[in-house]
Ligand binder design. Structure first.
Ligand code: AMP
Ligand code: MG
Length: 418
């Protein structure tokens, strides 16, 4: 097994990856998807000059000399509601009452807010001047006809959905969401609720952790097919799922054990093994392969923390790239280490589980939980956890040092965020 570095492995995974396809969705279903087209407007917005306030359209010059003691009266010529075509042109000496969003009559320089005038029968009293252009939303100031209002590759949020509606689009072309099949392997695995084999069996938690991770990455979970350590069933099932899904993720069966059949059968079913074994801790025996028609296989190790870290480092960026997201890898940020860190060997890059805190003054601060670093210790991943990236060759990091952490959970899910 030739081991490569994490960086090399990530580069292999991301190499030549393109979004897998395009589909049409209603704008109400588009939230969180990635736009696969440039959104262009068919008209200017606003389409005409409109009032930004409830007030009186004026020619600025008519009230240029207005003052508290030297007020100026203009004759009310018309009233225009929003959505109505103006029937009048504004003439010198006249004013028109316009409501917010109403088109201003031709000849208008500015709109004086209702709060700033007094009404005297059919005449309106102005006691101060107004700058030209005030309180008018000019034609095209938001966007012009044929302007790109949302670019291809943008992740669609609320504002982008609103923009689509503003330009009268009821559907959008977005990148297709990758579909993922999960295949946990191992004779020892026990389904939820099953208690028959007693204390020696191991509850299959990986399937469920992975369903969560698939959702976090923005992919679709297709199916979970739990297998015994049986080479024939393993080969057949992986192949069948590769023929149906974009990504197949197995757990277990990739290390050096006699019953580790995943790594043995994978080359036989037409998977091109790109790497098997990365200089990382946890998750060293990870396998990555490519299958025909842009299908991908991750053979994650069985231990729950190893499989989770393997997913986050490699499957996550692959899913993001296939789904068209511009952000592919999980965010890496600087943090301050609150306690010194020591490890015996520095042969592998280590992803140390740390508890993370954040506040405005100190930014991110982290503390490794030394007792919770085992590959099978899933409690080390629960809660406000991040992964501290300890490079190859580094065995000691001083308290107070700046470290790099990978934010493996959305920031909004941190309980301690303050
Ligand atoms: P393996 O990589 O197949 O040698 O598995 C290593 C260890 O990971 C096993 O001995 C189990 O303790 C654990 N394990 C394997 N599969 C799962 C699973 N689906 N859920 C939870 N733990 C697992
Ligand atoms: Mg196994």
């Amino acid at each position: 097994m030739k081991l490569i570095t994490i960086k090399e492995a990530i580069d292999f995974v991301k190499k030549d990856v393109k979004p897998i396809g395009i589909e049409k969705v209603l704008i109400s279903d588009a939230y969180g998807r990635v736009l696969a087209e440039n959104l262009k407007s068919g008209s200017d917005h606003p389409e005409v000059d409109v009032s930004a306030v409830d007030g009186y359209a004026v020619k600025a010059g008519d009230i240029a000399d207005a003052a508290e003691k030297n007020y100026i009266k203009l004759v009310l010529a018309d009233t225009i509601k929003a959505g109505i075509e103006p029937g009048t042109t504004l003439r010198h000496g006249g004013t028109v009452l316009v409501f917010t969003g109403a088109p201003v009559p031709e000849g208008t320089d500015a709109v004086v807010m209702r709060e700033d005038i007094q009404v005297d029968g059919k005449e309106i009293i102005f006691k101060k001047p107004i700058g030209s252009g005030k309180n008018i939303r000019f034609v095209g100031e938001d966007f012009r006809k044929d302007e790109i209002v949302v670019s291809k590759g943008t992740t669609i949020g609320a504002a982008e959905i609103g923009m689509a509606a503003e330009i009268n689009r009821s559907y959008l072309f977005v990148y297709r969401t990758p579909v993922v099949s999960i295949i946990p392997t191992g004779d020892e695995l026990l389904e939820l609720g099953d208690t028959s084999p007693g204390r020696f069996a191991i509850r299959d938690s990986n399937s469920y952790t992975l369903i969560g991770l698939v959702k976090q990455a923005g992919a679709k979970f297709s199916v979970c097919r739990r297998l015994k350590d049986d080479p024939i069933a393993t080969a057949e099932t992986i192949k069948a799922e590769l023929d149906r899904s974009d990504i197949v993720i197995t757990t277990g069966g990739v290390s050096a054990g006699d019953y580790d059949f995943v790594k043995k059968v994978v080359p036989e079913i037409g998977v091109d093994v790109i790497f098997h074994g990365v200089l990382q801790k946890p998750g060293k025996p990870i396998l990555f392969g490519k299958y025909k028609n842009n299908r991908y296989l991750f053979g994650l190790p069985g231990f729950p923390v190893s499989s989770t870290v393997g997913f986050l480092l490699y499957a996550y960026p692959l899913i993001r790239a296939l789904a068209g997201f511009s952000d592919k890898e999980l965010p890496r940020v600087k943090a301050t280490l609150k306690e010194e860190f020591h490890r015996k060997k520095g042969k592998r890059e280590e992803l140390v589980r740390v508890k993370v805190d954040y506040n405005i003054e100190n930014g991110f601060t982290v503390k490794p939980d030394t007792k919770k670093q085992g590959s099978g210790i899933l409690t080390g991943m629960v809660g406000d956890t991040a992964l501290m990236d300890v490079p190859i060759g580094v065995t000691d990091i001083k308290k107070g040092a700046e470290v790099i952490i990978i934010l493996i959970k959305p920031i909004s899910s941190f309980g301690q965020l303050s």
